[in-house]
Design a protein around this ligand. Structure first.
Ligand code: PLP
Length: 226
């Protein structure tokens, strides 16, 4: 299969602009396995997918040393399929989902890393905890008893707008909220350290707003064909 984008070159160009310490999740959803193989050959080991069946197929077809992130909205009834191998579930948006991940992780004798998804953007359709919902969930404390999940930080998507100032404001709101939650609940937990924001259109702004983990698809693999 001839790819119509230079995946290796795109990866190199993006990595050149990422500050040290910012990790790149290559978002490969909707792209055929050949595109992932091109990225793998170029050294990429962290991939993000957002549909369980597609991920399960790709995981079976590709090398074992890939770190798979589930970046989309995850239905609780799908957790069991990915629990054996998933490295991180990036978009936990309810206590119910967190509890199900804990249960399935325990069944597989492992601890699954997760990020809590924040809803700060103006779009009504986006999933995630508002800051108040997140505060409430953490203060109620049930999450503390979930021994098979490790909450590693926060994830969010900025509004899909051209206004860079608005995007910057949203990222900075998320960064300030990270500091609050870190101080209030995770000051002893070194593992609570990730701030996952920034996609193809806004990762340059995100890394200036303390992102530690960008999730980039289109700028690596080209436009998705749905
Ligand atoms: C698809 C997706 C991305 C990547 O988007 P691009 O604009 O293609 O870089 C990042 N994060 C999430 C949650 C996504 O669903």
């Amino acid at each position: 299969m001839m790819l119509n984008v230079d995946v290796a070159e795109n990866l190199r160009a993006i990595k050149d602009t990422l500050p040290d310490g910012v990790r790149l999740v290559a978002v490969s959803k909707f792209h055929p396995v050949e595109y992932l193989e091109a990225a793998y050959t170029a050294g990429q080991r962290v991939f993000g997918e957002s549909h369980e069946q597609e991920l399960t197929k790709k995981q079976a077809a590709l090398p074992d040393d890939i770190e798979w992130h589930f970046i989309g909205h995850l239905q609780t009834n799908k957790v069991k399929y990915i629990a054996p191998y998933i490295s991180m579930i990036d978009a936990v948006d309810s206590l119910k989902l967190l509890k199900e991940i804990n249960k399935q992780a325990a069944k597989n004798n492992r601890v699954i890393k997760v990020l809590l998804e924040l809803h700060i953007a103006e779009e009504a359709t986006k999933y995630g905890f508002t800051p108040d919902e997140c505060r409430r969930m953490l203060s109620e404390g049930e999450w503390r008893s979930l021994e098979n999940v490790e909450i590693c930080g926060l994830m969010m998507m900025a509004s899909n707008v051209d206004d860079e100032e608005q995007i910057r404001r949203e990222f900075l709101t998320a960064a300030a909220f990270f500091d609050e939650v870190k101080a209030d609940y995770f000051s002893d937990a070194d593992s609570f350290c990730e701030r996952s924001w920034g996609m193809s259109g806004d990762y340059g702004i995100a890394v200036k707003c303390r992102s530690t983990m960008v999730r980039i698809g289109t700028a690596i693999f080209g436009p998705r064909v749905y």
